[in-house]
Design a binder for this molecule. Sequence first.
Ligand SMILES: Cc1ncc(COP(=O)(O)O)c(C=O)c1O
Length: 400
Amino acid sequence: MSYVASRLSAVKPSASMAASQAAKALRAKGVDVIDLGLGEPDFPTPRHIIDAAHFAAKAGQTLYTAAAGTAEIREAVAGKFRRENGLNYTADDIVVANGAKQIIFNALMATLEGGDEAILPAPYFVSYPEMVKLLGGTPVVIECPETTGFRLTPELLEKTITPSTKWLFLNMPGNPSGAVYSQSDLKALGAVLARHPQVLVLSDEIYEHILFDGREFVSFGKACPELKDRTLIVNGVSKSYAMTGWRVGYAAGPAPLVKAMSTIQSQSCTSVCSIAQAATVAALNGPQDEVARFRQAFEARRNLVVDGIRKINGLTLSPPEGAFYAYIGCASLIGRKTPKGVVLEDDAAVANYLLNEARVASVPGVAYGLSPYFRISTATGEEVLAEAISRINAAVAQVE
Ligand SMILES: Cc1ncc(COP(=O)(O)O)c(C=O)c1O
């Protein structure tokens, strides 16, 4: 007897969660593993946000809310888009879900018909292709090499769009590459999209506050206002406010799409936790100094990792422009032998070698659609990162 529907046959579990599980399994056996697999800030959620949650719970905000989110949270999100991104949305254009992941899932469920294609510039966030497949669409991957800054170019986009293209996914700063698109990069992509009116754009801007070297964030919505009626801006509090466990994401887009997403939500999870929504209002409307402090810490860690990795013979790393990952090139290790005589055939073998020999958990580039690389998360303390780099160095030095 088969318990599982056929639509699950091609869907893989999250690679970053799998890396983390492998690290935990080794730890359970007493092995001292540094887990750089999962991407979540190691800071506590700022105090005033936690206080707002306490207050909401004590004040009786403990009931189901509107499926799209409370009036307060949708106003707070509209205010955030106005203030931080120069975008005008009303509460009707906004929907809240259990994380940006659920937002993306709902958007795809609301729109994909069998045979629809979603263009995914690689390296991409691991969940994008799996969600597309799960919901009956076809992921169409465009490899965006390091030589173009891991960014999608207008030429590649133009070549890849077909009459079946339903979505283009953009993610900036990008997970895993940290790539950021400038206003002119986005306008050039927008010019291509203007010629293909069937294509919707999903701009995942969840790392917008984690930007380095003085860069300013430009939302896709700001760069291409002419595409507003086919753009869904996705964001959330997980990364900016160290709130991964609170599970709040949000999106702004065309009202009919947002309404369909909220209908799906009303029939699946009813609403996001009322207390987490109240906490998010405090996050968005309250003081932003912790966000700035987190950003600074992430930049210092980025610098430490870039310096350390670039000194390792056999690895390469372009400085990430944002987010909290390092996407490390390992082309020159491929085909070489470990001290145990195992040939490193691909980046999955490299990540496996690093886990077993360096006792550092990372995620192989194959999970992100662009090889040979492996990703480490830099959302951990500087001492731990320095120790991880020294272990990686020692392990790489032993490859023959
Ligand atoms: C690009 C990207 N989008 C979305 C998410 C998910 O965010 P959330 O915690 O809001 O579901 C992640 C988390 O790793 C991510 O890297």
